[in-house]
Design a protein around this ligand. Structure first.
Ligand code: ZN
Length: 125
């Protein structure tokens, strides 16, 4: 958008750029994915759990249940991994983009994503 002869980024454009940066730094292009340790971990995960944890078809992607956000402790933690098919992975990503948080639940029954609205409510039991 051009305003007063100057290029001005629209709010929508800014959101898109932020999203792009997030994907680039934390998404599947992250430098951790090129590590040999990751390649080994990924192979082990797919051998251990060859089926998609959501729909049961043959999984091709290893997903981080708790978003790693560049944190190597979360990235390389085998208990944070789940085998998933491409279709389910895409639907998770689209859902997260729309909601702003993941709807996945951990083994403790609590949402894995700290952005989940449940963590915004302060209840004292
Ligand atoms: Zn699936």
């Amino acid at each position: 958008m051009i305003r007063n002869g100057k290029y001005v980024r629209s709010a929508e454009r800014k959101v898109k750029e932020k999203e792009y940066d997030r994907k680039r730094f934390y998404g599947r292009n992250h430098r951790f994915y090129r590590r040999a340790a990751w390649k080994r971990l990924r192979r082990q995960q797919l051998l251990r759990e060859p089926a998609c944890y959501r729909c049961g078809v043959f999984a091709t992607i290893v997903h981080h249940k708790k978003p790693h956000k560049g944190n190597p402790n979360l990235f390389f933690a085998s208990d944070n991994l789940a085998s998933i098919c491409e279709h389910c992975h895409n639907s998770i990503e689209n859902e997260e983009e729309r909601l702003g948080y993941s709807k996945e639940f951990g083994v403790d029954g609590m949402p894995v994503d700290p952005r989940h609205p449940i963590y915004k409510q302060r209840t004292y039991i």
